[in-house]
Design a protein around this ligand. Sequence first.
Ligand SMILES: [Zn+2]
Length: 244
Amino acid sequence: MSLRTISGAFKARTDAANSYARMRAAGMPSGGINSAYRSTASQAALFLARYRVQWTGRGAYNDARWYNGRRYVRVSPAGMVGVPGTSKHTTGIALDISTSSRAGAWMLKHGAQFGWRRTIASEPWHWEYSAKSDNDAVAPIQSAVRTTRDGIWGTGTDKATWAVRAASRFRGVNFPYGKRFTQARVGTNADNVWGANSRGAHDATIKALQRALARLGLYTDKIDGIWGKLSDAAFLQARKAYKR
Ligand SMILES: [Zn+2]
């Protein structure tokens, strides 16, 4: 797993952290975060700090759970902790954002569009990220290749991006769905002749794709309209992460 700092000591899996950065850029207030990535060891330490072995009864907080073959009851008012090995915090995709913070209020309005949802009814502060529902990540890629901008990387988006990739010199200039289809994706006359106009439009489309991939933190090289090794790697990474 690759981790990236989101703020202060808080880290998240890179795609989740990139989504957080885009939310901040889109107006999400800073602060409010109480927890993010936790190592398995720190998740266990946190659990053991708040729960004690107790074989009967549900304790003062009506919270009993099994861990490693033993029954535990919560003894701390500081809140629930997922059983080590089951918490999404150890996978880097979970954020706990205070429900009374401005960031928390912003998340309720906009989080879903960026791929975040609340998954535990009793923990309204707990948010989990799913790249597959990150519409904000996919929409600019769709705009770049002139396909329906619905935020969902399905068959249409896949064909459109694949056609643009295949027409690059790096790939040997192919047209898997026909020249006209690729011409429509790069925004030039669909006359079935891949001439200077088509190549120019294709370069501009690659630039737009490079910008979209850079925004996702996947492409860090020059925005030059040339599909090289780094553009290709960034594109394939995006496809793997966002394609449904
Ligand atoms: Zn949580």
